[in-house]
Every structure is written in structure tokens, then in C-alpha cells.
Design a protein around this ligand. Sequence first.
Ligand SMILES: [Zn+2]
Ligand SMILES: [Zn+2]
Length: 468
Amino acid sequence: MAFSGFLEDDEKINYILSTRSRLYPLEPRGLGSFMKEGLISYITRLSEAHCIEVGTLVSYECSLNFGVPRIYSYHSNKVMSTFYKDATSINGFGSISLEMEKAIKKLTLRSDIEEMNLNKWVFIPRNKSIVKRYKHWCSQCYSEWKEAGVPIYDPLIWSINLLKICPVHKTLLQTSCPKCFREIPIIHHRSMISHCIYCFNSLITNIENQATMSEEEQLFQEWLSESLGSMLVCEKEFVDTTSICNSLKMFREKYCENNDRVFSRVLLIENKRRQLNAYCRGAAAPHFNLLLWFCYILGVKLVDICTGGEFTQNGRDSNDSLHDFKKYFMIENKWSKIDKVLVREKLQKYYTCYPPRSFKSISRELNVEESYLRKSFPKEAKFLSTKFRKFREAQKIENLQMQKNLMEKVIDDFFRENNAVPSKSMLKRLMGSSHVTFKRELMDYYREKIKEYNVITHEYFGVIGPFG
Ligand SMILES: [Zn+2]
Ligand SMILES: [Zn+2]
């Protein structure tokens, strides 16, 4: 239908509003491939495309379309709403993820928004820990995209919890800002794709991740990235969990004399015999990590087990070394099996690590809860925390000094050219940080500096510059 002259203004407006999307329907990246974009990345890019902060987009656009008002529009976008605490699951599943999916769909009128989260993965119990709380990214991918002139984004696969490597480059993902060394929440009211939300430093660098992993873990990570990748491109809807139950049941019948004890021994989870029985009966669905473990140990593909395909045991040979692999799947009972001597040794290894790591990220890497570590290893915990704190303080002072030096130079250059001092906003622009709110210390320094120049202006020219 085209506009015709007789349409009233109101009708015209209604027509326009009903056929146009409220927000720019940005093209998601990588759809159809294992590197498809995650919904949080999409929201971030959407806010960038509209030159607003993520907080503004969420508060004033998305939340109006939520069934439950999770965030109130009269809340300033600066308010660190509790919304962001739960919002990490937007890339995964659950009510926030669904609501966000619906809201973005409505705002962009795109039909492919649901591809960007894990809502289709109905085969796993709805456990939020499947997605990461902190941003992980591959600097090689970022650099390549930048060079190719294509939009930078965060693939969904990077945000799946067990994965530590980039599926393309097979190298460790970055976990903290190369400048301020802080970990960046995966979603924040001022999230940016390629910049740190704390120091605004670009995350597109050529600095390789310094951390290393064993050859064994590398192999596991490559296996994992392939498994997850093939799940992400699978077009089939995972309708229910019966296919997993059928697969397990079939395997038990064929290779384990239909006996739970034998089956649990094959899977190296003798202590989970009753659970295994529940999985075969379909009374419960295995935790995602456990499901991955089954696939790993039986040598079957995650896609096959989830789509009910029959599989044979072409498994792994030596059970001894396989036991060690459990730690990569994080399926051991965390509390009873902690080897204190080993953990202490591991903690002490971080003493010399440069740049120092936050205690939180260390505990996450060791896969032991932070509170437990602090209680059981108070001396080590205190040492590491203090070291990190001091390092960060020194960093802050150094950064401030660098900013002050730059400011001095910028004011001086400006004064030489214009016989006046730059205004606050001009100064920010000249310093290449127009989007940053200066810290009070830096602001005070600016006032102090321009006073000196105003004195000079008075002395030599008898006027105050037009900009001050
Ligand atoms: Zn990469
Ligand atoms: Zn930073």
C-alpha cells in the first residue's frame, strides 16, 4: 500500500509507525556459523549504532517492552540497576533472556534475534552458570575484523562458560583489560564492544594473552570448541530431553548389560549411579558439564546425543588419565576433594605473576570458591590481594600523571596558537577523550593550570582568552 493523497495525517503517521522498526535493524553478525553473534553483543552494537549508552537503550526502550518492568524508565541510565546482575543470562536462557529477545525483536522487527541466545537448548537444565559473567574476547579476531573494516562483535560461543580459547585461532581468550587489568562485566550500563568500560582503553591490541595452558588442556579446549560450535549451527530445534534419555538408555542396553553399575563405571562416575539411573529414566536431565563429559568419554558428538542418534563406543583408552580430565569439566565435588597442598602451591605461583591478578580471577581460574580460599589460605589470600591492590593504585597514579602531562602539553600548544586557553570540552576533544568524564583531580589540575595562563594573558595581553 502506498500513501495516497487522501490519507489523513494521523493515518499516515500510523502507517509509518506500523511498518518501520523503532530502532535501526542492525544486521547481526555471523548468523548461521559457529561464530554467530551473542545477544549481549548485539544490544551493545545496537546502542553504539544509535549513539547512546547500553543503559539508555535498556532503560528507555527495552524495558518498556518487558512483561515485568525489570528496570524503571525513570531510573537514570547511570543507575547501576540490579538488572545488570542477572542480565548476564541474556546470552543464555531464562526469563530475562526471553524478554530481551522479544523486546529487541519488536524494536528492530527482525526475525533472527532468537538465534543469538541459547533458548533453543531445552535439553539442559536451566542453569545460569552456562554463560560467563565477564567478557572474554580474542584480540586476533578483533584486529582482523578491524583491518577488514567489518563491525567488531562478540560471538556467542565466547560467552559459554567452559570455553577458554577462540574457536578460530585456538588461542586463549583475553579476560582482562590490557591497560587497567580489570575484568569487564559482560553487560554493563555503559558496555562497549571494543573498549574497556573502566579506563576506555581500546581492547584491539596485538598483545597476546600471556597465560598458557597445558597441551592436554589445549586438546580438551579444541574438542570443546568443536562440540559447542556444531551445536550452535545445528538448525534442528531441540524439542525436549527425551533424545538424551533415549541415547543413554540405548547405550546402557547395548554395551553395559543394561546395568547402572557397569554404566557408571564406564562413565567414571561411580558416585553418581542413582543420578545416572534418573537420566536414563528421563526423570532428570544431566547438567550441561556432565552431558559434555558423557560425550567426551564415550567419544560421541554432543549434537548426536542431543538429537537422539545412536552411537557406538569408540571411547577413550586409558581410564587413568581420563580421571584427570574431570577437572576441565568441573564436575567433581568441589569441597571434599580439594588438595590443600596443591592449591597452596598453585596460589604461591601467582606471587610472581606479572601483571598481578585479582584474587577473584585467581579463584575463578583455580575453580575454587573465593570465600573458601580466603578462609583456608588467609596468608596467601592477603598477600595476593594486597599485591593486586598496590599495583592498581600505582597504575592509577601513573595514569593520572600521564594525563596531567598530556593536559599540560595540550594547553600549552593551544595557547601558543590561539592566545587563549582551551575550554573544558575543547580540552577533552584535543586530548582524544571527549567521551570521558574527567576525575575531580584532573579537573582541579585544569583549573589550576588555566589560572597560570590567565595570569600570563593579563600580563602580556591584558585580556583573558575568549574560551576560558
Ligand atoms: Zn580469534
Ligand atoms: Zn581498562
